[in-house]
Design a protein around this ligand. Structure first.
Ligand SMILES: Cc1ncc(COP(=O)(O)O)c(C=O)c1O
Length: 375
C-alpha cells in the first residue's frame, strides 16, 4: 500500500524533505517523564502575555454577537485587522496579507514562486521553514554562506542562480540571533534582481531597539519584489492563535491572494491581533523584560565560560563543549525544555528562549551542575 503511494512522484519527493521538529510541548514532557514542574524555553514565546485586553476581546468573540461568534465564518481576508496593521505601518490595506502564522505566508510565497520549479537562496543556519517551504513547493535550496555570528549579504547576492525566484532572510535570524545592519541590507534590497522576491522575515523585529533597527519596510515603496513578514506569535504573545502578516507591493499581494486559502485566519485570532497590534505599551514592556533577561543570562553564562552568539531576539544560542543533544536530554530529565540545534547544522549549540526570571532561575539550577567543568 505505502509503496503504491510513494510511486506518486510528488509524494516520493516529499518523503525526502526533512520534517519540521517543533519545541517539545509541556504536556508531552509531563506525559513521557511524569514530571510536574516543567519550564519551556524552547519556542521563543513571550511569557508576559497576552494582555487582559486581548483576552477580553477573545472572550467577547466567544460570547458571540450579530457579526461574531464561533458558528460564523471569519472575515475571509481579515480586512479589519489588515486595516489596523496598515494604519500602524503607514500603508494602504491592499499592501497587507494575513497568514495562519507567518509560517503560512512563507509557504504561500513559495507555493506561488515555485509553480514551475526554480530555486531559493537561504543563508546557512536559517529558520527551518524556509527550506521546507521551498522544497515542498517544488523549489531547490541554494545555501549561502553564514556562520553562527555573521550573516553575509554579498554571498546571498553571489549565490543567486538564473532560476532563483526567492531569497529568504531572517532579520534578526533564528536561531543565531544575529542581524544584517542597514548598509548590507540596503545592498541586498537594491542589488537583488527585480524578478526575485526578497522575503525579509522580521518575526523578532519588535525585540530590537527601534532606534537602531534596520526595518526592511523602509524599502517597500521602492522595491515591488520585497515581502516583509511579522508575526503575532512572538512579542505579541499570541503563538497559540496562529496569526502573522506580510507587507509588500499591491502587485505582490495580488499574487499571494491567489494562493491564500479562504478563511485562512480565524475569527478569534483576528480579534486578538486587532487589540494586540495597537498595544505599544505591552510591546515596550516585553522588550524591556527581554533586555533584562538577556543581560542576566550573559552574566550567568560567563560564570560557566559559555560561548554565546548574537544579541537579537528573545532567545540566545549557546555553544557547549559536548553534543548539545546530550545537554538537551539531561535538561529535559530535570524539567527544562530547550532546543538542541543539530538540525540547524549546529551540533554543539542549544537555543534558550528568555522566560520570566523564575524560569531562567530554573534553567540555571538545572544546567549549572551539568556545565560544571565549563561549557
Ligand atoms: C524566524 C521565524 N520566522 C517565523 C516564525 C513563525 O512564526 P509563526 O508562529 O508566525 O508561524 C518563527 C517561529 O519560531 C521564526 O522563528
Amino acid at each position: 500500500m505505502s509503496a503504491g503511494l510513494s510511486s506518486i512522484p510528488g509524494f516520493e519527493h516529499l518523503s525526502r524533505i526533512p520534517l519540521y521538529v517543533p519545541g517539545k510541548p509541556i504536556q508531552e514532557v509531563q506525559r513521557e517523564l511524569g514530571l510536574t514542574s516543567i519550564v519551556k524555553l524552547a519556542s521563543n514565546e513571550n511569557p508576559w502575555g497576552p494582555t487582559e485586553a486581548v483576552k477580553a476581546r477573545v472572550a467577547s468573540v466567544i460570547a458571540g454577537s450579530e457579526f461574531e461568534g464561533l458558528g460564523l465564518y471569519p472575515v475571509s481576508d481579515g480586512y479589519y485587522l489588515r486595516k489596523r496593521i496598515a494604519d500602524r505601518k503607514g500603508l494602504t490595506v491592499d499592501r497587507v496579507v494575513l497568514g495562519n502564522g507567518s509560517s503560512e505566508i512563507l509557504e504561500m510565497v513559495a507555493k506561488a514562486a515555485f509553480l514551475d520549479g526554480g530555486s531559493a537562496v537561504i543563508p546557512k543556519h536559517s529558520f527551518a521553514i524556509y527550506g521546507i517551504a521551498t522544497q515542498t513547493a517544488g523549489g531547490r535550496v541554494i545555501e549561502s554562506r553564514a556562520t553562527a555570528t555573521e550573516l553575509d549579504a554579498d554571498d546571498i547576492l553571489r549565490s543567486v542562480a538564473e532560476d532563483t525566484r526567492l531569497v529568504y532572510l531572517g532579520n534578526p535570524n533564528n536561531p543565531t540571533g544575529i542581524r544584517l545592519e542597514r548598509a548590507p541590507l540596503e545592498r541586498l534590497v537594491r542589488q537583488l534582481r527585480e524578478d526575485i522576491v526578497l522575503v525579509v522575515d522580521q518575526a523578532y523585529a519588535e525585540y530590537e531597539d527601534p532606534a537602531g533597527y534596520p526595518d526592511a519596510a523602509a524599502y517597500l515603496d521602492e522595491r515591488p519584489n520585497l515581502l516583509v513578514l511579522h508575526t503575532f506569535s512572538k512579542i505579541h504573545a499570541l503563538a497559540a492563535m496562529r496569526i502573522g502578516y506580510g507587507l509588500g507591493s499591491k502587485e505582490l499581494m495580488g499574487f499571494l491572494e491567489r494562493v491564500r486559502s479562504p478563511f485562512n485566519t480565524n475569527h478569534l485570532a483576528q480579534a486578538a491581533a486587532e487589540v494586540a497590534v495597537q498595544d505599544l505599551a505591552f510591546e515596550a514592556f516585553s522588550r524591556q523584560k527581554n533586555t533584562e533577561a538577556r543581560a542576566a543570562f550573559v552574566l550567568e553564562a560567563a560564570k560557566h565560560r559559555c560561548q554565546l552568539s548574537g544579541t537579537s531576539g528573545n532567545f540566545i544560542l549557546m555553544e557547549t563543549a559536548f553534543p548539545a543533544a546530550d545537554l538537551f536530554k539531561e535538561l529535559l530529565q530535570r524539567g527544562v525544555i530547550v532546543r538542541p540545534m543539530q538540525g540547524y547544522g549546529l551540533p554543539n549549540h542549544i537555543r534558550v528562549t528568555f522566560g520570566k526570571p523564575e524560569e531562567m532561575q530554573a534553567f540555571w539550577t538545572a544546567a549549572a551542575p551539568l556545565l560544571d567543568g565549563g561549557c
